[in-house]
Ligand binder design. Structure first.
Ligand code: ADP
Ligand code: MG
Length: 219
């Protein structure tokens, strides 16, 4: 396929802005679905948390194309607006992910690989968690791995984001048979088995929004 990114094959500030706005849209559309998933293994607030958080994110998004600054602002809004586990965890994801991107107005595949590495490491550290524990990491870790593998193979960001979103979807579905080992769902022990993790679901939606935003920017 032809490279659908800008001429230099990078992700630009406006694309990142479109990603964040699209995320807010799909999280609003999936508010009831996420809250429903958080019923049997949580406290039925994940849809509200994410919708409220991303509405605040969009409202406070700064002007300008410094991608590090944009993503840092996302983090600060989530940390201040979203209670519970997901706010600080997603906040840390964007905050740590943004660190290597400060001052950059366009991102190469390598920059994005670094973003994913830092973002995932941030969530792991903050949550004292890893993949396999039935959390958002079960979507984020395979997505990050798929992104890096595809970039190494093709150096095509749009294809790599597509691969990341697909891996996140599979990771999300793979949480169904898992036993929860972190967060509220872990209080249920064996009864957490058989339910899809709400945080893995919102992570998939955010990554799919990234892939879609970048693809649409090319049209
Ligand atoms: P709360 O559990 O405080 O009500 P949310 O319902 O908004 O917060 O978010 C729940 C999601 O947070 C879970 O589905 C899970 O994906 C994620 N989560 C909870 N604890 C952890 C953790 N320690 N590490 C990673 N993700 C976690
Ligand atoms: Mg909850």
């Amino acid at each position: 396929m032809t490279d659908p990114l800008d001429e230099a094959g990078t992700v630009t500030g406006p694309m990142v802005r479109a990603w964040i706005e699209k995320s807010a849209g799909v999280l609003a559309d999936n508010r009831a679905h996420l809250t429903e998933l958080d019923g049997p293994i949580g406290d039925s607030d994940h849809g509200n948390n994410m919708d409220r958080g991303f509405k605040a994110v969009v409202q406070k998004l700064p002007a300008g194309d410094d991608i590090g600054a944009l993503l840092k602002s996302v983090a600060m809004s989530l940390i201040s607006k979203v209670g519970g586990a997901a706010g600080p965890l997603y906040g840390t994801m964007f905050l740590d992910g943004a660190k290597p991107l400060v001052g950059k107005t366009c991102l190469t595949g390598e920059d994005l690989a670094q973003f994913f590495d830092n973002a995932v490491a941030g969530v792991m550290k903050r949550g004292r968690s890893e993949a396999g524990m039935k959390t958002m990491l079960d979507a984020l870790v395979p997505a990050s791995e798929a992104f890096k593998a595809e970039i190494a193979k093709t150096d095509n960001i749009a294809d790599a984001l597509k691969a990341a979103a697909e891996a996140a979807k599979q990771g999300m579905e793979a949480t169904i048979p898992m036993l929860a080992q972190r967060g509220r769902a872990s209080y249920l022990g064996e009864r957490s088995i058989g339910h899809q993790d709400p945080g893995a679901t919102s992570s998939y939606l955010i990554l799919q929004a990234f892939s879609d935003a970048v693809e649409e920017a090319a049209k």
